[in-house]
Write a protein that binds this ligand. Structure first.
Ligand code: CA
Length: 223
């Protein structure tokens, strides 16, 4: 199970991540809403844990936007806002549970488990960019109707780029998403991976992976 944690307080984020990892979960950590959106594009988060007050906005709006986009991943809010009206607003905006800070990490884990016991969420099944087609349920990607034979990291990269097509995905975010579980990432691993992916996609396929120097990568649909 892979969880996505949004928490700008580094000490708090590290503590929660550590605790959930000990409980057997993979945890991605983002400190800003913008980072969070990029990480959401990566496939396979089973639950989001959201702090509300973030440096680049209020996660209450984020929850609304996620639900507006038909994103049904369970959301657990952890916030210092303890008023009844805050808790109600969180739940009414689309959160599934609300835990007031400070909390005991064991209670957080118990609530995570309870939310994950619910039946799986139904996500939009297909995403099409140019001639590329992503089946969210199986994770398979096809190009012009033919299944693409990709390595797991190539598929993960292409999935992220497809879900955020026409937007730059920052390189550090890609590194975190692709290599967090592996200790063997080399300094130019992403460059090599992108170059392999470009070869597989070939030319004149309706899409292009562009390098935005000093920033990241983006997948564009060609006219
Ligand atoms: Ca905060």
């Amino acid at each position: 199970m892979r969880l996505l944690l949004l928490e700008d307080n580094q000490r708090c984020g590290d503590l929660i991540r550590e605790h959930l990892r000990d409980a057997g979960y993979l945890v991605d950590l983002s400190a800003t809403i913008s980072d969070f959106w990029t990480m959401v594009a990566a496939q396979g988060h089973d639950l989001y844990i959201l702090d509300l007050g973030l440096p680049d906005g209020d996660a209450m709006d984020l929850i609304r936007d996620l639900r507006l986009q038909q994103n049904r991943v369970p959301i657990l809010v952890t916030s210092g806002r303890s008023q009844v009206c805050d808790r109600i607003a969180g739940l009414e905006n689309g959160a599934d549970d609300y835990l007031v800070k400070p909390f005991h990490c064991d209670e957080l884990t118990a609530r995570v488990r309870a939310l994950l016991r619910r039946p799986p969420a139904i996500e939009a099944r297909r995403l099409t960019v140019g001639l590329l087609d992503l089946d969210s349920a199986s994770g398979e990607i096809s190009l012009a109707g033919e299944r693409l034979d990709l390595s797991p990291s190539e598929r993960r990269l292409l999935t992220v780029l497809m879900k955020r097509h026409n937007q730059v995905v920052p390189k550090p975010v890609l590194e975190r998403l692709l290599y967090e579980a592996e200790a063997t990432s080399t300094p130019n691993a992403i460059e090599k991976l992108v170059s392999r992916l470009r070869k597989r996609l070939g030319s004149a396929m309706g899409v292009e992976v562009r390098t935005i120097h000093g920033d990241g990568y983006l997948l564009v649909e060609l006219p």
